[in-house]
Design a protein around this ligand. Structure first.
Ligand code: PDD
Length: 276
């Protein structure tokens, strides 16, 4: 198994991380996760656009152009003969002695690896149980930073309650999942949190909104309170890894169930048509 470290392909066991990498001791870096279908990275351009946006928001200079990164990723997928799975890539601010104040002098470090896909088809068909809990993250959830402590804590909390995802609310307003966006369906209208600083604007989310609008569904991007969950007809989460996955029950601060409804199924079918 090979990984990319800067522009070098090398066996994973030979890769070295510098102890003074700011990504290592501050989580000072950004990342993307791209799904690979039949050896092809899906929506690569959109992911790179978001990586560039994250880099601007964090004042990190990307070490390579979008075209170079695309080429690197294709080479890595080929080298690992990955057919279906994920490619992960990150850029940290670089190596300097620990100091909260960054210098702007360090050279960012690029790392990429692949993961063979475990199928999420079963979840997509049968749905998941989710855990409703407080959004304990910071106020820049729009940045795809590798610093994910809030996300990992709520994911563990969900798993400890036999749920596959945590759905978060900030002072009673639903934001998103720990590693996914959330959509509700009511009377054939889709509801999701607007793309503000309080959520990550998922690439899958953006594709679903476009797909829905092209198929004559209305999409309302407005904040909604927790109680609205109880009145929804259907609910699903979205992300690169799980695509559109229905929610069958909510536990925790509110309890409710959903059928795997016609709108979710229709969007799942249409989303599959976008894939390679
Ligand atoms: N997570 N919201 C959060 C907090 C996420 O971490 C993710 C993705 C999404 C969905 O974004 P997209 O549709 O672009 O994958 C929303 C990735 C898959 C991860 O960290 O593994």
């Amino acid at each position: 198994e090979y990984i990319l470290q800067n522009d070098k392909l090398l066996p994973k066991k030979d890769a070295m991380i510098h102890v003074d990498d700011r990504g290592y001791y501050f989580g000072d870096g950004i990342y993307e996760v791209v799904k690979v279908y039949e050896g092809k990275p899906f929506a690569m351009e959109q992911h790179l656009t978001r990586l560039v946006q994250s880099s601007h928001k964090l004042d990190i200079k990307l070490p390579y152009s979008e075209d170079q990164i695309t080429e690197f990723i294709h080479t890595l997928i080929e080298k690992n003969t990955l057919k279906n799975g994920l490619v992960y890539f990150q850029v940290t601010r670089g190596v300097e002695p620990r100091n909260h104040l960054y210098s702007r002098e360090s050279t960012p470090v690029f790392t990429a690896f692949t993961q063979p896909g475990h199928s999420t088809e079963d979840l997509q068909q049968n749905g998941i149980d989710v855990w409703l809990t407080d959004d304990i993250r910071w106020l820049r959830c729009d940045i795809k930073t590798i610093n994910l402590l809030g996300n990992v804590l709520v994911k563990r909390e969900a798993a400890d309650h036999n749920c596959q995802e945590a759905i978060l609310h900030r002072n009673g307003t639903i934001t998103e999942g720990s590693s996914s966006n959330l959509f509700l369906v009511k009377d054939k209208v889709l509801y999701t949190h607007p793309a503000t600083n309080l959520i990550l604007n998922g690439i899958t989310r953006q594709l679903i909104i476009e797909l829905a609008q092209n198929n004559n569904y209305s999409v309302v991007e407005e904040p909604f309170p927790v109680e609205v969950l109880e009145h929804a007809d259907e609910a699903f989460i979205s992300s690169s890894s799980v695509e559109i996955t229905p929610i069958k029950s909510v536990h925790g601060q509110l309890t409710t169930t959903f059928p795997i409804g016609p709108v979710t199924k229709d969007l799942q079918k249409k989303f599959k048509e976008l894939l390679p």
